[in-house]
Design a protein around this ligand. Structure first.
Ligand SMILES: C[S@@+](CC[C@H](N)C(=O)[O-])C[C@H]1O[C@@H](n2cnc3c(N)ncnc32)[C@H](O)[C@@H]1O
Length: 266
């Protein structure tokens, strides 16, 4: 984990202090990071900071996303299969990325790939000269382990953090943008998440998310059982607005929705 990312981490326990390594290093591969405020300590292994404190019971789909075999085959098989199962078509990944990238604009600080999975988009962002730095965050250990291997193989620098949204372990006004692809429907408290995004973004920073829309023929209990929280455009727009984010835009690609909003520039 590079210093530029270490410098923006915030303690997930007291939500006040920064997280410091034992000595001032340019990059930390192994070793603890500590909060000077509450003295909590978190491990860093293979460059990945594990900032999960306590967690509720994950839903069925999420449990699947935490299996090593699923993580290993996620990019090639699982992701395309999930998209076909949901939409009966396969999305072209390059076009999907270009939509996100154009909506993110020109970030003025590190970009967070929230719910990054194995980091398929984080790696692309990391190669973009207009993106100052990229940090991927996911709660799944297996996805992050695969993410480390994939980034190494691709020869790109992506810092990874294990943490549990909706809380974001980043300082106020520290992020230049947040990409949240295909994961918003896995977050139960979206209102809290949008407040957190608004807190952590720098003025003018953008939030770009894609999500699966509610399917009218699927009963609520099917979604609940799977641990899915699909929301319609109106619900998302109003939660985003009440979190203080502005300039909402959306692209409808049924059954998916892509949204963009930003923190007002000062
Ligand atoms: C369907 S995958 C999407 C991965 C990637 N963004 C993509 O577009 O393929 C959803 C990811 O969100 C992660 N996730 C789910 N709930 C989360 C939470 N509360 N905090 C952080 N990550 C979460 C899962 O572990 C999984 O890797």
């Amino acid at each position: 984990m590079r210093r530029v990312i270490l410098a923006i981490l915030r303690c997930p326990k007291c939500r006040r202090g920064g997280l410091l390594p034992e000595s001032d290093v340019a990059e930390l591969a192994f070793g603890p990071i500590r909060c000077p405020e509450c003295h909590a300590s978190f491990p860093v292994g293979e460059g990945v900071a594990d900032l999960v404190t306590e967690r509720g019971v994950p839903g069925t789909l999420q449990r699947g996303l935490e299996q090593p075999l699923v993580a290993r085959s996620y990019e090639r098989y699982v992701r395309p299969a999930l998209q076909v199962a949901i939409s009966r078509r396969r999305f072209d990944r390059d076009s999907e990325y270009l939509i996100y990238r154009s909506l993110l604009g020109k970030p003025d600080g590190p970009v967070l790939d929230l719910g990054c999975g194995t980091g398929l988009f984080a790696r692309r962002l990391a190669r973009d000269p207009e993106v100052p730095a990229v940090v991927g965050m996911d709660v799944s250990k297996a996805m992050l382990e695969e993410g480390v291997a994939q980034a190494r193989e691709a020869g790109v620098m992506v810092d990874l953090v294990r943490a549990d949204a909706p809380y974001l372990p980043f300082m106020d006004h520290s992020l230049g943008g947040v990409l949240h692809s295909m994961s918003l429907h896995l977050i139960s408290d979206a209102t809290r998440l949008f407040i957190e995004v608004g807190r952590a973004l720098r003025p003018g920073g953008r939030y770009v998310a894609s999500t699966y829309l509610p399917r009218p023929y699927l009963a609520d209990w099917v979604h609940r059982r799977a641990g899915l929280h699909p929301r319609g455009e109106d619900e998302i727009r109003s939660a985003i607005a009440s979190a203080g984010l502005v300039n909402f835009q959306r692209i409808l690609l049924p059954p998916f929705l892509v949204v963009k909003a930003e923190k007002a520039a000062r």
